[in-house]
Write a protein that binds this ligand. Structure first.
Ligand SMILES: [Mn+2]
Length: 195
């Protein structure tokens, strides 16, 4: 079972996460931010990861540290769970529709972190959640997971739908990218021999 736990404590947040890449989609999420809990619940379900996420953050300031540090810890756990990436499919892409919104997510488990994020929100808030933190979370996750990650929302109106298409798209792309390809026969999928 490919799994890992990360504990991360700073003056701003105290975080514990566990990721099982070969899970069933079960999740136990408590970030202190309702909308982010909803997104991570979707991530687990659609990636078929098991996720435990506990964040105690300085929400009396705002949601920034909690969202960003949650992305950092989950990215670190993802990378640790993947290990040396033997046998993985590596590349995946998907177009993920959510009602009127459509987002394309392309991922390379490259070990060379890079984020392209072309998604805009017309409103600043979804409930109490700051929509600009969607990008912050993706940036933190991609950098710490070692992913080349391209996210582009081709169109959409409703901010909840747009955010959901990004997270479900990430989930479905990662589900394919981390899957073991039997034709790789346990090799690292790179001509360099390591990722
Ligand atoms: Mn929803």
């Amino acid at each position: 079972m490919r799994s890992a736990s990360i504990s991360r404590k700073t003056a701003e947040t105290d975080i514990a996460v566990t990721v099982h890449l070969d899970g069933t989609g079960r999740s136990n999420i408590a970030t202190g931010i309702g909308f982010l809990d909803h997104m991570l619940d979707l991530l687990a379900r659609h990636a078929l990861f098991d996720l435990d996420v506990k964040v105690v953050g300085d929400l009396h300031i705002d949601q920034h540290h909690s969202a960003e540090d949650c992305g950092i810890a989950l990215g670190q756990a993802f990378a640790k769970a993947l290990g040396d990436k033997r046998g993985v499919t590596r590349y995946a892409d998907i177009h993920l529709p959510m009602d009127e919104a459509l987002t394309r997510v392309c991922v390379d488990i490259s070990g060379r972190p890079f984020l392209v994020f072309r998604t805009a929100f017309r409103v600043e808030k979804i409930g109490t959640f700051d929509t600009e933190l969607v990008r912050e979370w993706f940036q933190a996750f991609a950098m710490n997971a070692g992913l080349t990650l391209h996210v582009e929302t081709l169109y959409g109106d409703n901010a909840h739908h747009i955010a959901e298409s990004c997270y479900k798209g990430l989930a479905r792309a990662l589900r394919k990218a981390v899957a073991i390809d039997p034709r790789e026969e346990g090799r690292v999928p790179s001509t360099k021999g390591s990722l």
